[in-house]
Design a protein around this ligand. Sequence first.
Ligand code: FES
Ligand code: FES
Length: 161
Amino acid sequence: MKEQESKKEISLRVNGKLHTFRVAVSLMLVDLIRDELGLTGTKVGCRKGECGACNILVNGELFSSCLYPAIRADGKSIVTIEGLKREGRLHPLQKAFIDRGAIQCGFCTPGMIISAKALLDENDHPSSYDVQRALSGNLCRCGGYQKILKAVLTLVKRNHR
Ligand code: FES
Ligand code: FES
């Protein structure tokens, strides 16, 4: 007979909204976000913390949600790509990616934008090197790195986030 996996009740805020779930201790946050909350903007790539597709902010800090146990998110505040919109308007980073043609298939885009947001929240005026370093954990299968870098730097120049 299969042993029942232990579960735990957690409460967390996702994009400003409070949720309570009873979750298996092995559940990763990315699966809670996508399967329970239907927030599929956060992507699943490698599940090894190597591609950045699943990046989210937890209490303002950047994390790979594929390696983040959901039970650890108890009491925390999560921001996903869907949470960047304000009053129905795109975040300036989202707009810059569109304006600069920095989106091809779009798979890496949410993770890239979340990584860029984490950087800009910490540093108003990052250099090109800072941006490259901040995005170095994000893989783009379409090889769109130059346009992605330009999109973030355009925003930095406008001093607008
Ligand atoms: S899916 Fe999480 S880092 Fe690749
Ligand atoms: S735009 Fe396709 S993976 Fe980056």
